[in-house]
Write a protein that binds this ligand. Structure first.
Ligand code: SAH
Ligand code: SF4
Ligand code: F3S
Length: 442
């Protein structure tokens, strides 16, 4: 039988990347080859994100294209919307775009094959499945494409309700995956040759808090159990919440320097205690800086990265200067910097003191300038050092060069053979730019 073709367009965070990989596997098992071309596909899925305003607008254009393609083929195209916009808008999406066939929420991915079959058989016209928001999704396999990085969701949902954030409303309450399932998945991926294992959750270090009271399983225990697996790999995790980052996690990281990557993404969001309070982050500027000191004491070589929002409602120039101060003090290797964006349905959306766009923009640029300075200084500090690199493949700009990442998550470019893809090599760093290190194979 002829195999069909499907494209999945992925927006948003690593959780969506993980869920796309699961959808790919399901589609492959059900007669589809995965391609990257909406014009030659029999089915196209948009795996969406709604964390910042304007998400609807972003997919609107893409949906318009798909509608045109579908019309030109007398309706012979399955259009699906999955991910957080699907979870948020549910059947309302069909009102806006009745040509969508499938609206599938984050917990319903495993039902994809049966739904497609029903639609192809003409049994149903549309399907909207967005239930089970607070349950653990069934455990299903995934296809991560490159064979190097595999991600494993360790907990789903979020209970923190930061006042700017829509995620708790679209991903439901916190629920942890059983430890033995995670360990089995990691073992399976390592056995298949994956080298970079990414543990995922909206708040990874609250892992296990929903288990029974007598349970002693927590995030550090999970890391410890995973690191007992033999093999040549490293694990990373995103994201820990500063309020829940306990010393036992740092100690486990120190115990396994070869197996746990020397990088931590520790979202600060703001450096101002006053704004942090309005954000409901549950730590102060001083707590956060103290935490960073503790991290650097136990893990002196760790690279820190972060997320920052500028222009949160009520943010004064003085509040913003506190953010700049934290950025200067911590010296992040990298930061994802955002202008506050109104998310309808969250408390911050209706707070007083919304900041004008030009002020947000100006603060963002000033913040980037300060952050880029530390990124550059940190990059330059690698010159002359020899580092362990996980080779990802040929560089996009120059086929003769290979690109890879170090444990601190920095990109390294070096001259090497394509056969090195997916292996660990040693590279001596010769020069550095803000985002990239350049070196020679040792
Ligand atoms: N659970 C993760 C991140 C979730 S969203 C965590 O807590 O780290 C990823 C990032 O998007 C957040 O860290 C925040 O910096 C940003 N973000 C979320 N809501 C936003 C909003 N309304 N406006 C601007 N940025 C936002
Ligand atoms: Fe959103 Fe805060 Fe939960 Fe992260 S911790 S997902 S920012 S509510
Ligand atoms: Fe976006 Fe949903 Fe992730 S809103 S950031 S895709 S959890």
């Amino acid at each position: 039988m002829n195999r069909k073709k499907a494209t999945i367009v992925t927006y948003g965070c690593q959780m969506n990347v993980n869920e796309t990989a699961k959808m790919k596997k399901l589609l492959e098992e059900n007669g589809y080859d995965i391609i990257d071309d909406i014009h030659n596909s029999d089915a196209v899925f948009l795996n969406t994100c709604t964390v910042r305003g304007g998400a609807a607008g972003k997919i609107e254009g893409k949906l318009g294209n798909l509608k045109t393609i579908k019309n030109s083929r007398n309706g012979n195209l399955i259009i699906g919307v999955t991910g957080c916009v699907a979870q948020e808008e549910k059947e309302h999406l069909l009102k806006r775009a009745p040509y969508i066939d499938i609206v599938l929420g984050n917990q319903n991915i495993s039902q994809l094959p049966e739904i497609m079959e029903k639609i192809l058989d003409g049994e149903i016209e549309h399907a909207v499945l967005t239930n089970n928001e607070d349950e653990l999704p069934p455990r299903i396999d995934a296809n991560f494409g490159d064979g190097i990085t595999a991600s494993v969701a360790i907990n789903y949902g979020c209970n923190n309700f930061c006042t700017y954030c829509i995620v708790p409303y679209v991903r439901g309450r916190e629920r942890s995956v059983p430890l033995e399932d995670i360990v089995a998945d990691v073992r399976q991926y390592i056995k298949k040759g994956y080298k970079d294992i990414l543990l995922l959750g909206q708040n990874v270090n609250s892992y296990g808090q929903d288990f029974t009271e007598s349970s002693e399983i927590k995030f550090s225990k999970l890391l410890d159990e995973i690191c007992k697996i033999d093999g040549d790999y490293w694990i990373r995790y995103v994201s820990p919440h500063p309020k829940d980052l306990t010393t036992d996690v740092l100690e486990i990281m120190a115990k396994y320097p070869e197996k746990i990557a020397s990088n931590m993404h520790l979202p600060v969001q703001s450096g101002s205690t006053e704004i942090l309070k309005k954000m409901n982050r549950k730590y102060t500027k001083e707590n956060y800086l103290k935490l960073v000191d503790n991290i650097k004491d136990i893990l002196p070589n760790i690279s820190l990265t972060t997320d920052i929002i500028v222009g949160f409602p009520g943010e004064t120039e003085e509040n913003f200067l506190d953010t700049l101060d934290v950025v200067r003090k911590v010296q992040y290797e990298n930061a994802y910097m955002f202008k506050y964006s109104i998310r309808e349905g969250t408390p911050a959306a209706t707070m007083e003191g919304q900041i004008p766009e030009d002020v947000k923009q100006e603060r963002l640029l000033r913040l980037m300038e300060v952050q880029n300075e530390s990124a550059k200084n940190i990059s330059l500090s690698y010159v002359g050092k020899t580092v362990k690199v996980l080779v990802e493949g040929p560089s996009r700009r120059n086929e003769e060069k290979m690109t890879g990442r170090i444990s601190e998550n920095k990109v390294v470019i070096f001259k090497g053979d394509h056969s090195l893809k997916g292996t660990f090599v040693k590279v001596k760093i010769v020069t550095a730019k803000t985002w990239t290190l350049y070196g020679e194979l040792v």
